[in-house]
Design a protein around this ligand. Structure first.
Ligand SMILES: NC(=O)c1ccc[n+]([C@@H]2O[C@H](COP(=O)([O-])OP(=O)(O)OC[C@H]3O[C@@H](n4cnc5c(N)ncnc54)[C@H](O)[C@@H]3O)[C@@H](O)[C@H]2O)c1
Length: 254
């Protein structure tokens, strides 16, 4: 039930922090991974770093309908099927990350369009393919901040904040998945989310200390800590889990 052998799985944003971890975790389960990313040179580097016959790299822009449709056509031609999409890319513009008061209307809209719009477009286009195929599985990355409002005290004195666009996007991704799940009733397509807490990525000590105090056991998680939820949702062991959101945050959201 838990195995992924012979599955064809597309991971967007495959060259990023979580994407690369997901690619490696899925490969260990002997599935074929299509590492899809907008960054061609990072894709080449990924291919060199992970020399597996089951890894395919594919340039893909989640904000372009043509790019997504071309990817689906290429994969269908080569494999005759696609089992799952992991909606994991993280597009943002150069002004992303500003404090609430400094976020312009156009930046708010652009970042929401890129990220939420891109996730929507991938879900819409893959769902059309999955409907024809007779089954499918979409896992979209939300965040603990799609579930609870930011704990702003953690960001005091940090050189970054939790962007307001992120809260809007990530909460919407959870609801969008429920919308798609119910819209495709009787079509055998699943739409679930994973909401990780903060992943340790060399953030400064003070931030990590404050963050960890609000968690239950470990605090900030390692990227590998998210793999289990992903592999479970990709497998047939979760066959009747649909429209749900698995929060992996060491209790930060409690
Ligand atoms: N890192 C965390 O702490 C954390 C926590 C919770 C949720 N998440 C979510 O997990 C997902 C991955 O996050 P990450 O930290 O690994 O991101 P990241 O920034 O490390 O990587 C993002 C990847 O997406 C690619 N990308 C950007 N725009 C794209 C586009 N238009 N089309 C295709 N690919 C594109 C980039 O080239 C990059 O390889 C995101 O949805 C993020 O919100 C991350």
């Amino acid at each position: 039930m838990f195995h992924l052998q012979k599955k064809i799985i597309v991971v967007t944003g495959a060259c990023g922090l979580l994407g690369k971890t997901f690619v490696q975790a899925i490969l260990k389960q002997q599935a074929t991974v299509i590492a899809a990313d907008i960054n061609a040179s990072l894709l080449q580097a990924l291919k060199k770093e992970i020399p597996s016959a089951h890894l395919e790299i594919l340039e893909l822009d989640i904000t372009s309908k043509t790019s997504i449709q071309t990817a689906i056509e290429i994969l269908h031609e080569k494999y005759g099927k696609i089992d799952a999409l992991v909606n994991n890319a993280y597009p943002r513009n150069k002004n992303y990350g500003a404090l609430l008061e400094e976020v312009s209307y156009s930046d708010f809209c652009e970042n929401t369009n890129l990220h939420l719009g891109g996730y929507f477009l991938c879900m819409q286009q893959f769902a059309l393919y999955f409907k024809k195929q007779g089954y499918g599985n979409v896992i979209s990355m939300s965040s603990v901040y799609g579930v609870i409002p930011p704990r702003f005290e953690v960001y005091e004195n940090a050189h970054f904040t939790m962007p307001v666009e992120y809260a809007a996007i990530k909460s919407a991704v959870v609801h969008l998945s429920k919308y798609f799940a119910t819209y495709y009733k009787q079509k055998n397509i699943r739409f679930n989310c994973i909401s990780p807490g903060g992943i340790f990525n060399n953030q400064d000590k003070d931030f990590v200390k404050k963050y960890n105090q609000l968690s239950l056991n470990k605090g900030m998680l390692d990227k590998e800590d998210i793999e289990g939820a992903l592999l479970f949702l990709l497998s047939d062991a979760s066959a009747y889990i649909n429209g749900q959101n698995i929060v992996v945050d060491d209790g930060f959201s409690l």
